[in-house]
Design a protein around this ligand. Structure first.
Ligand code: HEC
Length: 157
């Protein structure tokens, strides 16, 4: 539950950062929708800015370490797609996409712990977020002993 609360803060940051800030250079990896995907992760607290439903996608390069722990090999990638919530027959289902984020292991990204962090609009355009202040610091605080990866493989079964 603590993890979910922290995501709330992330949303506040995404919302506050002007789109014109230093444009991200990496584009969303093609075909990530076909990667292994977490179960629906839902935050129903309406006061939470991260109110919504998200899915985490993991590429095959990252999977072994995701299951076992340790240091991720270069090229490991995680994509999170965040949606709003729609009610359908009294059940919450994913609504409109609200944001997409990417982590890609790249040892050249020294300032952010060997991961490249990037945020995107629902259409997949870079939203130009400063990755050190707005991504890395929170991931470092939450998962210093899991190579900065906060979510768990347990969410996939
Ligand atoms: C305030 C804390 C916080 C900030 C800031 C934050 N995140 Fe996260 N992030 C989280 C949490 C918590 C999760 C795990 C969500 C779950 O359990 O499903 C997560 C998960 C992720 C994941 C899936 C891999 C993983 O670590 O589980 C990616 C990719 C990601 N975030 C990218 C970003 C990017 C890019 C930014 C900056 C634009 C960012 N995050 C900023 C808290 C944060």
């Amino acid at each position: 539950m603590k993890r979910i609360v922290l995501m709330t803060v992330a949303a506040a940051i995404f919302a506050a950062v002007p789109v014109a800030m230093a444009a991200g250079t990496v584009s969303l990896p093609k075909g990530y929708e076909k990667w292994e995907k977490s179960k629906q992760q839902i935050i129903t607290d309406k006061k939470s800015l991260f109110y919504g439903i998200h899915y985490t996608y993991v590429n095959s390069k990252a999977m072994k370490t995701y299951k076992k722990g340790g240091t991720y090999p270069d090229g490991s990638m995680f994509v999170v797609v965040q949606h709003g919530i729609r009610q359908e027959g009294g059940k919450p289902v994913p609504g409109k996409k609200s944001m997409i984020v990417l982590m890609k292991k790249d040892k050249r990204s020294k300032a952010t712990g060997g991961w490249l962090f990037a945020g995107y609009t629902p259409q997949g355009k870079p939203s130009g977020i400063d990755p050190v202040k707005n991504c890395y610091e929170c991931h470092l605080k939450d998962a210093p002993d899991r190579d900065l990866v906060i979510s768990r493989y347990a969410d996939f079964r």
